[in-house]
Design a protein around this ligand. Structure first.
Ligand SMILES: *Cc1c(COP(=O)(O)O)cnc(C)c1O
Length: 419
């Protein structure tokens, strides 16, 4: 459920008509709904009501906007971060250091030290040398790092190959078969409080079966580690729950997920940690765009919009589907391809799709753009960096400015030795 609805024939974000934002901020622009964000945060927490000890860490890579993070901080969420930059964002948004989990496949020594200096709650160790480096850095600071070992459970998450992370051939974590030996060696290091394990098998999962299979494998690992004398107090189950993008999509609900988690983990006696991203933020945002031109094509017309692959990369990266809707739908339909102005054929949002009929000058949205949207934006083709707006009832604020192509250019220089 979201708060982007037609009122008197005009699409609104909560109480704000989208044409008002287009007129005042310009397009393209991301528009987020605070009420939707809060609702999703609440629904996910409620779904885990039967999990006695839990920690919720929003995977901020999907939407690191400070305004968005502040809303989630107020909902009691911490952060799952994957870089030093994200770590600083989480802190700047008001999240407590101890609520921050540092994932990330290639943390640098400087980032490990930064995490320790900031006093974050947990490091998710990706492989043995990283754990050894963390122990050494912690020891030099006369402190102890809380950590868990990320394991790769070797299950097929059944999602797009580029966002699948839990197969043996993926770069993430250590193989679950070799995890006990690595765990034992790392647990013996002073400077490290190795207190559990973590997994994250992929994103946009549309079935619970691979998650359940992975959790069961990790449950057996926890028993084995305990049998070997280790104290296991924390298990981080990652994120990955899918959201509906297309009409008719029916991914498992947070409630179904929560019931499965409670059932599979009921005897684990650990603090369960969660790293939801997309399921919290996906449907809280739309990308508002203006139709620039409608141009005849070989089969169907091209609807050329002012948003492009540099603003919303998912269709070009993952062949992702984003629903397209006119801000003032007439009820008429047309079949068209929707493309942006960037000079790449990959700059295509939809091919030969039946959509709301639109013409030049009309406004439209791409839905479900609140996760992995603005955060992946670039300035390719020397376009501006897309701005973001947060709506709260009848008010809104620009939570990220449009960064003009000229501002980017001002950070460049021409060597004076080229003449
Ligand atoms: C990306 C990521 C997540 C969030 O994934 P979603 O599919 O957005 O829920 C959680 N944990 C880790 C380690 C990640 O890399």
């Amino acid at each position: 459920m979201d708060h982007f609805e037609l009122r008197d024939g005009v699409l609104h974000a909560e109480d704000i008509p989208l044409p008002q934002i287009a007129a005042e901020v310009g397009t393209p622009v991301y528009v987020y709904s605070r009420a939707t964000l809060e609702r999703h945060a609440q629904v996910f927490r409620d779904a885990l009501k039967d999990v006695p000890k839990k920690h919720l860490a929003f995977a901020i890579k999907c939407n690191p906007n400070l305004g968005v993070l502040r809303v989630l901080a107020r909902q009691g969420y911490g952060a799952d971060v994957v870089s030093g930059g994200e770590l600083e964002r989480a802190l700047a948004s008001g999240m407590a250091a101890e609520d921050i989990v540092f994932s990330g496949v290639g943390k640098t020594r400087a980032e490990l030290a930064q995490g320790l200096d900031r006093g974050i709650g947990q490091f998710n160790i990706e492989h043995e040398p990283e754990g050894a480096a963390l122990a050494e850095i912690a020891l030099a600071r006369e402190t102890t790092a809380n950590a868990v070992l990320r394991v790769n459970p070797d299950v097929d998450a059944g999602t797009h190959a580029k966002i699948s992370t839990g197969k043996a051939e993926n770069k993430f974590g250590v193989g679950i078969d070799v995890a006990p030996q690595i765990f034992a060696r790392l647990a013996a290091l002073p400077g490290l409080n190795l207190r559990g394990v973590a997994l994250h098998i992929g994103s946009q999962l549309t079935s619970l079966a691979p998650l359940e299979a992975a959790f069961e494998r990790v449950g057996r690992l926890v028993s084995d580690l305990r049998a070997a004398g280790h104290s296991i107090t924390h298990v981080d189950l990652g994120g990955g729950l899918g959201v509906p993008y297309k009409p008719g999509d029916n991914p498992p609900s947070p409630a179904d997920y929560g019931a499965m988690v409670a059932r599979v983990t009921k005897d684990w006696d650990v603090t369960l940690m969660f790293e939801p991203g997309r399921v919290i933020a996906g449907n809280t945002g739309v990308l508002l765009t203006e139709v620039l031109w409608v141009k005849p094509g070989a089969a169907n017309p091209f609807v050329i919009v002012d948003a492009a692959m540099n603003d919303l990369a998912r269709p070009a990266l993952y062949d992702a589907y984003h629903d397209f809707a006119a801000v003032k739908p007439t009820g008429e339909k047309m079949t068209a391809s929707i493309v942006g102005p960037v000079c790449e054929t990959g700059d295509t949002f939809a091919r030969d799709r039946e959509i709301d009929a639109v013409q030049a000058g009309d406004l439209a949205v791409f839905r479900t753009a609140g996760a992995y949207g603005a955060t992946m934006a670039s300035t390719y083709n020397s376009r501006s960096l897309v701005p973001e707006v947060l709506v709260d009832g009848g008010r809104y604020i620009v939570v990220a400015d449009r960064i003009a192509a000229g501002t980017i250019m001002a950070a460049e220089r021409v060597p004076d030795w080229i003449d």
